[in-house]
Design a protein around this ligand. Sequence first.
Ligand code: CAA
Length: 283
Amino acid sequence: MEIKNVMVVGAGQMGAGIAQVCAQAGYQVLLHDIKEAAVEKGLAVIQKNLTRQVEKERMTEDDKNMILANVIKSTTITDAENADIIIEAVVEKVEVKTAIFTELDRYAPAHAILASNTSSLPITEIAAATKRPDRVIGMHFMNPVPVMKLVEIIRGLATTEEVFSVIEMMTKKLKKVPVAVNDFPGFISNRVLMPMINEAVYALYEGVASKEAIDEVMKLGMNHPMGPLTLADFIGLDTCLFIMETLHDGFGDDKYRPCPLLRKYVKAGWLGKKTGRGFYTYE
Ligand code: CAA
């Protein structure tokens, strides 16, 4: 099966990044969101990223315009009828994702693959909302998408080998590295990353060290590019809490209990960089 037309549903930070790397790889991309303003915002992010590449002389103005010409705006879900693959990157709520998958299943051609960029929700449950669970798969990109090499590829219970290999090949075409993971809460990335972040929040909560000290230990001692509390702000504290809750519920194991301080920050609306305040404050 050959993939030419990609639809990305959700034009937020992740959706825009996914649309950008797909357009750069030469795919025709429909960037979809419910509101035109959201699509425009996603496009502006792509434009800004590409302009930076031109300024750094990594691509020409012509390259940039060619890539931008590959991205078409969409606010109508029936546009799915033109896609060979649809990558969903909407809010991490299983009821929202299943509703979107049911709708996409209605409009997408029979051969189309439906992929989810979910960071921790069960692919098998999302697939069950469609009549083609064999053509549903997880394609979990990392943030910032244009920079990070990894894509976790998650097979649902019914995903076929054919679909898996198409996605594996597409990931390589995006100049990313596919890693196969089975369908369990948090997959591998967030099963390992989030408990580390949560533990860093516990260390802060218990007064073991200051936020700066905790981050410095992990940066200088473990060579992490960002300390765990800075990274949590970057990911979004609401997302971190949601993933910890998914692990906690999914495994029923108290070792995944979210730190009360993380809950308190989320309740306060201190969600990290996106709201200007999390563990740190941002301009
Ligand atoms: N979009 C596009 N490009 C970006 C970017 C963004 N949002 N942020 C940074 N970059 C690019 C910069 O343009 C720069 O490019 P060049 O090297 O080509 O010039 C490069 O990334 C490095 O950026 P900076 O020099 O500004 O800053 P840095 O060296 O500190 O790197 C970083 C920034 C890449 C984000 C780095 O700090 C890092 O790797 N942090 C960890 C990121 C991480 O762990 N991501 C995974 C989060 S978890 C997740 O995504 C899964 C989930 O489900 C929650």
